[in-house]
Design a protein around this ligand. Structure first.
Ligand SMILES: [Zn+2]
Length: 274
């Protein structure tokens, strides 16, 4: 890596300023988890094929909760079968290095950052986490782990009676739902730390953007705010994306490559004294 970049990262690490890491699907793709926006996310009910943008909606859940649950239990089987990679581990080491100067904002719902060792208190999962459920009715916003008795699915498996019973809200008996933000829903502070995620980059000294294309609104807002406040923007991605130009305009860097390769190098620079 360019010595100037490493020196800049080292200078940041020697400062008192916070590090905000913003991660997206690319970091999970390196663990073998597909984005689910492509063919892996398609789902067939009868003779109809549904796109992820149709399956991952409150509207679909209201009309066909069993199909939405089967689809999520299939996705969950893929996520649970994956392991955190070198990039996830580097982000854990960054949290250990920076402590309260560290915050992770992730768009990923697979839970790999937490499995790798990042702490829930410093990890804002702005799209939720499919390992957790909450009541689909109005009774409460309590979030709890998916009951262990629920069986993960292959593509053609139906829900069992035991699954149906376990996928109920403990308090009111309504359906439990995956704790994820759906396409026809809005960001929310209590459930997804939306306001906190907008406010965090204002005080950041460095915003490290990993594996996100900037396709959705909130990451772009976070990037703009951090750039506007003079944070060092570093964009790590195999391909250029809207953050690359934003970073370069703000005297930051676009680092082309796999997160599993680039992040350990950045971590090494952060660790070096003087
Ligand atoms: Zn309930």
């Amino acid at each position: 890596m360019d010595p100037n970049i490493l020196a800049t990262v080292r200078d940041f690490a020697a400062s008192e300023a916070p590090l905000v890491v913003l991660s997206g699907a690319g970091i999970s793709a390196e663990s073998g988890i597909p984005t689910f926006r492509g063919p892996e996310g398609y789902w067939t009910v009868g003779s109809r094929h549904y796109r992820p943008e149709e399956m991952a909606t409150l509207g679909m859940f209201r009309s066909n909760p069993e199909e939405v649950w089967r689809w999520y239990l299939r996705r969950l089987a893929v996520c649970r079968g994956a392991e955190p990679n070198a990039a996830h581990r580097a982000v854990v080491d960054m949290e250990r290095l920076f402590g309260d100067r560290f915050l992770l904002i992730t768009q990923n719902v697979d839970g790999l950052h937490l499995r790798a060792g990042n702490t829930p208190g410093r990890t804002y999962q702005i799209h939720g986490n499919i390992n957790f459920v909450r009541c689909a009715g109005p009774c409460s916003n309590d979030i709890y782990p998916l009951p262990a008795s629920v069986e993960l699915k292959e593509k053609d498996e139906p829900l069992s009676d035991a699954d149906r019973a376990a996928l109920r809200c403990r308090a009111c008996g309504a359906w439990a739902r995956p704790h994820v933000l759906w396409f026809d829903e809005s960001y929310d502070e209590e459930l997804y730390r939306f306001n906190s995620s907008i406010e965090a980059p204002a005080g950041a000294g460095m915003l490290l953007i990993v594996g996100t294309s900037g396709a959705t609104n909130l990451p772009m807002q976070i990037g703009s705010i951090a750039a506007g406040q003079g944070a060092l923007l570093v964009d790590v991605n195999p391909d250029r994306n809207p953050f690359s130009a934003m970073a370069e305009r703000a005297n930051g860097f676009f680092l082309a490559g796999a997160a599993g390769t680039v992040l350990p190098s950045l971590l090494e620079a952060m660790r070096r004294d003087g």
